[in-house]
Design a protein around this ligand. Structure first.
Ligand code: ADP
Length: 452
């Protein structure tokens, strides 16, 4: 069954319908029986008239059976009628006629008197059941029998519906509480520091979705905690390498095992600059992520922004034998950006594209989509493996885990994290699509400035 709401509704509806059907069936059955008893009592009057006419002609009850049997209407009711004569003997009835005092006076009082010329000649009684042996049956008080019959039917159907509701309730409770227990236990374990726990997702109802969300949250928390630890280790590592190089040179200079030279000082300055860049990157990142970055926003033409980024790398691309192209319409709406920051973003994306592309082209595009301007940097480079794509915007995430790149500044793994934080600080978003060996496309979406 689909959703929990559907399951609950269907269960209640089932119990309701079965209860209603039971009440209808049992009370209906009972009503039919009781109704025929009522009709019987009514027809007893007609029967007593016919019997008194018979007595008037015959003068006694001799042969009354044949009379009743011969008349179809009398016969129908006659099967359940007892005629008692004035001496309280059974004159007509299913049992043999036996001695006096067959009925009590109050029983007789419930029957219909048969009178001839104002004189009472007998009593007609309606039997509840057929006689058992010669024991005369007792006529029931119709109204109370009807009521007790209907009450009985209602009690039985209520009982059956109640049992059914109990069974359904137990089943529902079991299916509801099992995943809730599992979730509670997992949440408690998580509160105790056990991150990354997963619970079973039994089906696709509300609880299933809750369990799936819990699993996602648990996985994300475990990942965030891992990233946090990794970041501390990465910062320590990235600071330690240039620091130990600087220390080595400084100590060698101090005990004069090395003589100072422009090359040596050059290396030391490079290391200090690397340290500076790392600290600046971390600062930019934390400012952008916490919303503390001061942005000098102004309306800018997206095409002009891309041209600026393209120009910076056109020479490098040419040297690598890669075509660097721009595809953008002239009439794009402006975007509100901090030019320096957005240039930093685009430079970073183009530099990455150049670094990972050995042949083909890099295309910078800009287009309008609804009330957004979409800018993209597309390359025909190495691409990114699907298992890496979800993480490349994370701090210190490097696809190539070896940190140094020959002839270039060391990869910090902060570039795309800063790009993402800066784009988001501009109320935009960034995504990547990539096919290994075919290339990657980084797509930026920024709100377009309404043209009035
Ligand atoms: P890094 O400083 O290591 O370049 P980034 O945050 O800029 O760090 O990039 C993260 C990772 O994403 C890089 O290690 C790189 O492997 C991968 N990457 C980024 N851009 C591209 C691209 N255009 N093509 C292929 N891989 C890329």
């Amino acid at each position: 069954m689909g959703s929990l709401a559907t399951r609950l509704t269907l269960s209640f509806v089932t119990v309701g319908i079965i209860g209603a059907i039971l009440v209808a069936l049992l009370t209906g059955l009972r009503t039919r029986v009781e109704f025929s008893r009522f009709v019987g009592n009514r027809d007893l009057e007609a029967l007593s008239d016919a019997l008194s006419a018979y007595y008037l002609v015959k003068g006694d009850w001799e042969g009354v059976e044949r009379f009743v049997q011969s008349d179809r209407r009398l016969h129908t009711w006659g099967n359940r009628v007892v005629v008692v004569d004035e001496q309280n003997n059974i004159a007509y009835g299913p049992g043999p006629r036996v001695g006096p005092a067959a009925y009590e006076a109050d029983t007789l009082a419930r029957g219909v008197a048969i009178e001839v010329n104002g004189e009472r000649v007998g009593v007609a009684l309606l039997e509840e059941e057929r006689f058992a042996g010669n024991r005369p049956g007792l006529p029931l008080n119709g109204e109370s029998a009807f009521l007790s019959g209907v009450t009985w039917a209602a009690i039985v159907s209520a009982g059956i519906a109640g049992l059914l509701a109990l069974a359904l309730g137990l089943w529902l409770t079991r299916t509801l509480t099992r995943p809730i227990h599992a979730l509670t236990e997992a949440a408690q374990a998580m509160a105790g520091g056990q991150l990354g726990l997963q619970v079973d997702v039994p089906n696709d109802d509300e609880l299933g979705r809750l369990a799936a969300s819990f699993n996602q949250m648990s996985h994300d928390l475990a990942h965030a905690s891992q990233v946090q630890k990794q970041m501390t280790a990465d910062i320590a590592h990235d600071l330690r390498t240039p620091l130990s190089i600087l220390r080595g040179y400084a100590e060698a200079l101090q005990d004069q095992t090395l003589a100072g030279s422009p090359e040596l000082y050059g290396i030391m300055v490079d290391e200090v600059m690397h340290l500076e860049r790392l600290v600046n990157d971390l600062r930019t990142l934390s400012l952008a992520e916490t919303g503390g970055l001061a942005l000098n926003l102004r309306a800018v033409d997206p095409k002009a922004l891309l041209e600026r980024a393209g120009l910076k790398y056109v020479l490098a691309a040419e040297q690598q034998g890669i075509a660097l192209r721009l595809e953008a319409a002239d009439d794009l709406p402006s975007i509100m950006v901090d030019v320096d920051r957005m240039t930093q973003v685009l430079n970073n994306l183009v530099a990455n594209a150049l670094r990972h592309t050995t042949a083909g082209e890099i295309v910078l595009t800009a287009a309008q989509e609804g009330n957004e301007v979409v800018m993209a940097v597309r390359d025909t480079g190495a691409g990114i493996a699907p298992e890496d794509t979800p993480y490349i915007f994370e701090r210190f995430y490097r696809v190539d885990k070896s940190r140094q790149r020959a002839g270039q500044s060391p990869a910090s793994g902060l570039g795309l994290a800063i790009v993402k934080a800066l784009v988001e600080a501009h109320k935009g978003s960034i995504q990547v699509t990539s096919t290994p060996q075919h290339g990657s496309t980084f797509t930026l979406r920024l709100p377009a400035l309404a043209t009035s």
